[in-house]
Design a protein around this ligand. Structure first.
Ligand SMILES: C[S@@+](CC[C@H](N)C(=O)[O-])C[C@H]1O[C@@H](n2cnc3c(N)ncnc32)[C@H](O)[C@@H]1O
Length: 339
């Protein structure tokens, strides 16, 4: 019993090296494209994970508050899904697990038999989480996996025949564009077993000003979070980005329905990244795309579930109906296999 974690990589050999190579390759490809882009998965080094915890506490960042409200009020409904059998509570991109701890508490108080398997690419987030769990729930069995989502899930498949309840909270799915989320969900469907459950957070379309404020907070924490990506390149890949020569910008695209974040170059400049061995030229006002945060209509959620082999079981809303945790069941029997 107790909470531990392991760092998992495609091969356990040269683990850190592999992660760094992938990071370097993604930066090389992203900064060589027009328009330039960097993946939001690289936000979460130690400082990035700490900054994200601060973002969740911001008054403007309504997403976490909405999901807290759901987890406070709908525990019984979630518990009904897994009542009476041993199961794995798997969480993709668990972060600090604050919201999940409400559910864990409910499961433990009601004598449920389960292990918690948080999967997160950030080792510092995982360390904070497992330390917190050891203090708060010493009786909980946790195996944290520091890995990219699907590498973590592959490991899970090797060790268990139990039912899975997979959590994918916050706006994590919204970080993928529409085709990427379909591929992601279909891959997830392939990895899971018939009858498993997936509970995914969807931020619903709402007043544009509320969304703009959430991603452009008055204390400038989101700005720091976005710029930290350049700091991370400087530290881990020996880049020479001058952070003061870039600014954070986040706006809503009404056509795609996504809040999108950018880092915009404030002048003509060249940045050298030693570990990539290459310079990258930026023109004044040239953006780097750093994050999608898609917002959804109910019909988008229905279409996504249907297209990827899931059946919607429950829609769990917060009291303002700004956000929904959508519970989907994996349906494999009689399913038209499109993969
Ligand atoms: C926006 S935070 C959300 C944390 C938590 N799910 C919540 O709702 O509060 C995203 C988390 O997902 C992790 N993450 C991002 N991309 C990942 C990936 N490709 N594989 C595994 N974890 C990832 C990050 O390290 C971070 O802890």
């Amino acid at each position: 019993m107790g909470s531990t974690y392991k760092i998992l990589h495609p091969t356990d050999l040269e683990a850190v090296d592999n992660e760094k190579k992938t990071f370097a390759l993604d930066v090389l490809v992203g900064l060589s494209e027009t328009p330039k882009r960097l993946s939001s998965r690289y936000f979460y080094d130690e400082r990035g994970s700490q900054l994200f915890e601060q973002i969740m506490d911001l008054p403007e960042y309504y997403l976490t508050k909405c999901e807290f409200n759901i987890f406070e009020n709908k525990q019984v409904e979630i518990a009904q899904l897994v009542r009476g059998e041993k199961f794995n509570l798997v969480e993709l991109g668990a972060g600090d697990g604050r919201k999940t701890s409400l559910l864990i508490n409910h499961f433990l108080r009601n004598g449920f038999r389960f292990q918690y398997v948080p999967i997160d690419i950030s080792e510092s987030a995982m360390k904070t989480l497992t330390d917190f769990l050891n203090k708060s729930f010493p009786e909980l069995e946790t195996t944290g996996i520091v890995a990219e989502y699907f590498n973590g899930l592959k490991w899970l498949n090797n060790i268990t025949g139990s039912r899975n309840l997979v959590l994918f909270l916050g706006s994590n799915l919204g970080n993928f564009n529409k085709p990427q989320s379909r591929v992601f969900l279909r891959n997830l469907w392939n990895t899971l077993n018939d009858g498993d459950y997936l509970l995914t957070g969807f931020d619903l379309k709402k007043d544009i000003d509320l969304m703009l404020k959430a991603y452009n907070d008055s204390q400038g924490i989101t700005r720091e979070f976005n710029l930290n990506l350049l700091r991370r390149i400087n530290t881990e890949l020996k880049g020479d980005f001058d952070i003061d020569k870039f600014r954070h910008y986040s706006g809503y695209d009404v056509f795609t329905g996504a809040m999108e974040s950018y880092l915009v170059s404030l002048e003509n400049q060249t940045v050298f990244i030693k570990d990539i061995g290459q310079s990258f030229a930026f023109q004044e006002w040239e953006p780097i795309h750093t994050e999608y945060s898609y917002k959804y209509l109910e019909s988008d959620i229905r279409e996504l579930a249907e297209a990827t082999g899931f059946v919607i079981e429950k829609q769990l809303y917060d009291s303002r109906k700004w956000f929904v945790d959508s519970v989907w069941k994996v349906q494999k029997v009689n399913h038209r296999d499109t993969t």
